[in-house]
Design a protein around this ligand. Structure first.
Ligand code: F0G
Length: 457
């Protein structure tokens, strides 16, 4: 059989409320044309993020009922620790309420002003948590990353020549750690190859620098390695994941992605001294080291979810269904980041709407129209999110790319939902020359995309 089906059946359903384009035109105007301000009940298909939006399995819900809510030494913690160690293999496992809490603790302990942290591409919370320490966050992806249309099997890789140059120029003492983000979210959910992880690790070893992995989508990365890298076709996903992590000294993790949980995260390290300092910080703001800001039931859901993410049938469905959306719109001429990534499809709104300049936010125009037309919520990742005023002239410097991300929640939508999304995108694409840009009428000083208000031009 060549049809790949959702490898689950549905036990609990969450009704969707249908709305008309006229109603949605009103809702989005009331929200200042900002999709973050639209109530979720008024969204039909929510592709804002794949983070914390997974459907849990009945095994996970059964685990929730088993949650041990003891303050110290909870049984749920030990099951969580065992599951994490089974896959990740690190000596110390520190639970946190989500990924960014693990980042904050790691960088507070390891980074000092004037230091530099290289990464294939930092996710925005990772960058912010590094910069708040007075440390520079440096992105060094391979060249293919910068061209949306270029196909590369491991477009998430780090440029190892640039890593060597950076270490030579900066000096080993000013690089507290190197990071690799698997998969590279900001670059389109693109995987990193085992060969690249291995090469980065060997450069780190030459200079005595620890390597940490941002492991949010580790299982999707492992599946891409199985599909695309020589020598891995017959290896179980867990073995591939273990090999990836055996090359690192620690990791940060948001269990809201490949933990298949609605909340949670963790920080791992092999370094005893660092682990002690990290646990001290954890107690200050997250909680005691056997719960770290999570309920026992969350720890249970994560323990089970991490293992389910490595199920091969699940990953096949996951990667094929994301690619299905990407291929069907790309075939009809919609420009996307190629090849389709693991967790999301990124439409190149700058290329799709060449008549709308960056200063009029083509990504925002497309995202708002997808909502108005079909009730689909996506996320602008362009000049609304990353545009910055030029300190000299006050004029805005646009982002490098004007993208719209359609992130696919795990195990939530069926193929007919995705067919609906495809139809909607193609209909908007047909009349793309009639879309108009936006102007910002109100914005805060930081992270403006969450709260800014817009007006159509
Ligand atoms: N690292 C990466 C690569 C991420 O994609 C995210 C979150 C984080 C770290 C932070 O984890 O949200 O649990 O604190 N990404 C979400 C997204 C928010 O929509 O891509 P968190």
């Amino acid at each position: 059989m060549k049809t790949i089906i959702e490898p689950f059946r549905i036990k609990v359903v969450e009704p969707l409320r249908m709305t008309s384009p006229e109603e949605r035109a009103g809702y989005i105007a009331d929200a200042g044309y900002n999709l973050f301000k639209v109530s979720a009940a008024k969204v039909l298909i929510d592709l804002l993020t794949d983070s914390g939006t997974s459907a849990m399995s009945f095994h996970q819900w059964a685990g929730v009922m088993r949650g041990d809510e003891s303050y110290a030494g909870s049984e749920s913690y030990y099951r969580f620790e065992e599951s994490v160690k089974d896959i990740f293999g690190f000596k110390h496992v520190i639970p946190t309420h989500q990924g960014r809490a693990a980042e904050r603790i790691l960088f507070s302990v390891m980074c000092k002003p004037g230091m530099v942290v290289p990464n294939n591409t930092h996710f925005d919370t990772t960058r912010a948590n590094i910069e708040v320490q007075g440390t520079q966050a440096k992105d060094i992806p391979i060249q293919a990353y910068y061209d949306p249309a270029t196909r590369h099997p491991f477009k998430g890789n780090m440029d190892t020549r640039l890593l060597r140059e950076l270490i030579d120029d900066t000096g080993r003492d000013r690089i507290p750690l190197v990071m690799l983000t698997l998969t590279n979210n900001s670059g389109g959910g693109q995987p990193v190859s085992m060969a690249n992880i291995r090469e980065v690790k060997s450069i780190c070893d030459e200079h005595g620098i620890p390597l940490y992995i941002d492991a949010c989508r580790f299982a999707e990365n492992a599946y891409f390695i199985k599909l695309r890298e020589e020598g891995y076709a017959d290896k179980p996903l867990k073995e591939i994941a273990r090999e990836m992590f055996s090359l690192a000294d620690g990791c940060t993790m948001s269990a809201k992605k490949d933990g298949l949980a609605n909340i949670g995260g963790f920080l791992c390290t092999n370094d005893d001294l660092l682990a002690q300092q990290e646990r001290n910080l954890l107690i200050l703001t997250e909680g005691f080291p056997t719960y770290g800001g999570l309920a026992g039931r969350d720890l249970e859901a994560i323990a089970i979810g991490l293992q389910e993410a490595l199920d091969e049938d699940y990953q096949q469905y996951r990667i094929v269904s994301t690619a299905y959306l990407g291929q069907h719109i790309a075939e009809q001429g919609v420009p996307i980041i190629q090849p389709p990534g693991g967790h999301a499809i990124y439409i190149d709104a700058g290329a799709m709407l060449p008549h709308i300049p960056s200063s009029a936010y083509p990504g925002q125009a497309l995202a708002v129209e997808l909502y108005r037309h079909a009730g689909i919520r996506s996320c602008e990742i362009g000049s609304v999110m990353f545009g910055k005023p030029d300190p000299a002239t006050g004029k805005e410097i646009p982002a490098a790319l004007e993208l719209v991300r359609l992130a696919i929640p795990r195990r939530v939508y069926t193929q007919s939902h995705i067919d609906y999304v495809i139809e909607a995108i193609l209909e908007v694409h047909e009349r793309r020359d009639r879309l108009r840009g936006y102007r910002i009428v109100r914005q805060p000083e930081f992270l403006r995309h969450f709260t800014a208000e817009f007006e159509p031009l």
